[in-house]
Design a binder for this molecule. Structure first.
Ligand SMILES: Cc1cc2nc3c(=O)[nH]c(=O)nc-3n(C[C@H](O)[C@H](O)[C@H](O)COP(=O)(O)O)c2cc1C
Length: 389
């Protein structure tokens, strides 16, 4: 990376560096291409993001991060998120908390959107009550494979539960819509949806967990019908002004080796209905941003998403780190300087934005570090994930 010290202290310096080109989608204008990836931190007791959470996000905005996507946020549905310290987007105290978070980020010149989350089949993974029926498209948890979950939890999740009814589907769509309205009222700059990693929206996209034969299941396009209905409801609710980001992934919490789409054609059939419904940015969640998504091409998952749909795409995964997310607790998480590769792919517009997770925990001034071409920070699981700083 080139030294650019004149620009290190300011965000107004015009730069040709592909990371520091501005980016706009609908009314959202970003000062650079660097996004803080959504990270669940469980520091919001009773679902309320307090001062500590506000300071944490504000700190990254002060550091120059272009866009912050919050940790997953619960929507108002009984089986939405199974952890009492995950923030929600419905209680009035939580909404007051979010207003402070948003104001702080805006004052620091940043932009912020919440990641709306329903865990679907994975209810119980963080400790939810077994008395609550998980929302599963066909009653299935998913075929277990390479996972960080305990054998005990995987075993307890195996029994088939009730498939979601039409009433369940409607109530979840309404809850997403209401959460989007609350988020806009709190001042957020857009909406992000968690449609990856095996959670509810992904469980409809994934053939392994969606065996439905009604309008919500079938071939790839039909499996996209429920997430697309959620997107349409949100678009209808929030209007045309603000962007909607949608995260999807090949890998699942149930099996890091799983694949959502075996071919580009299948991926196109899954993603196009989402874009047609109102998604503006496809957030292609991968463990390594540069990993080829399909044989015969070095195009990344984000690159394919953009090429197949024409929509802007965001890549993510192991920027600056030699260990993928699933191994972060056990590996030493060595620094891996893959900046040249990132810059090359951004410069050729293979994708438009780069989300960075763990390095944002290790260094709140990450953007300045990147701008100045300084050595990358070393992410340490114990040091950087124990507390919210
Ligand atoms: C502590 C932690 C919590 C995470 N929580 C979420 C989450 O709530 N929603 C989500 O979509 N991804 C979540 N992720 C995944 C990150 O958004 C990101 O995709 C992943 O860490 C890979 O990026 P990185 O290699 O830059 O860390 C989490 C990651 C970490 C490290």
């Amino acid at each position: 990376m080139t030294e650019n010290r004149d620009c290190a202290e300011t965000d107004v310096c015009p730069s040709t560096d592909p990371l520091f080109r501005e980016f706009s989608v609908r009314s959202l204008h970003l000062r650079n291409r660097i996004v803080m990836s959504p990270m669940t931190r469980t520091h919001s007791p009773g679902g309320v993001p307090g001062d500590k959470v506000a300071r944490y996000y504000r700190r990254r905005a002060e550091g120059g991060t272009g866009l912050i996507i919050t940790e997953g946020v619960a929507i108002d549905h009984p089986a939405s998120v199974d952890h009492a310290r995950v923030p929600n987007m419905f209680a009035s105290t939580a909404l007051d908390g979010w207003r402070s978070v948003v104001d702080g980020v805006h004052e620091a010149g940043g932009r912020i959107i919440p990641q709306l989350w329903h865990v679907g089949p994975l209810w119980g993974a963080m400790g939810g009550s077994p008395a609550i029926t998980p929302m599963r498209p066909s009653g299935l948890w998913g075929t277990p494979g390479i996972t960080t979950y305990s054998d005990e939890y995987v075993k307890a999740s195996e029994p088939v539960t009730r498939a979601m009814t039409t009433a369940d589907i409607k109530s979840v769509i309404s809850a997403f819509r209401a959460a989007a309205r609350s988020a806009v009222n709190a001042g957020f700059d857009g909406i992000a949806l968690h449609g990856g990693h095996g959670y509810l929206l992904d469980a409809f996209l994934w053939a392994d967990t969606n065996r439905r034969t009604d309008e919500w299941g079938g071939d790839a396009e039909r499996r996209a019908a429920f997430p697309a209905a959620v997107v349409r409801a949100i678009r209808e609710e929030i209007g045309e002004d603000l962007p909607i980001f949608f995260r999807f992934s090949q890998h699942k919490q149930q099996d890091f080796g799983a694949r959502l789409a075996d071919t580009p054609e299948e991926l196109r059939a899954l993603l196009r209905p989402l874009v047609a419904a109102g998604v503006d940015v496809l957030d292609a969640s991968a463990r390594r941003f540069q990993a080829p998504a399909f044989e015969g091409s070095d195009l990344s998952l984000a690159g394919w998403a953009k090429q197949l749909t024409g929509a802007p795409a965001m890549a993510v995964g192991s920027v600056g780190i030699g260990s993928a997310i699933k191994d972060r607790r056990s590996s030493g998480n060595p620094v891996l300087d893959n900046r040249e590769e990132l810059l090359r792919r951004l410069d050729t517009e293979e994708f438009d934005l780069i989300a960075i997770g763990r390095l944002h925990l290790a260094d709140p001034d990450l953007v300045q570090t990147l701008r100045a071409g300084r050595p990358l920070p070393h992410y340490d699981y114990v040091l950087h994930e124990s507390d919210l700083v």
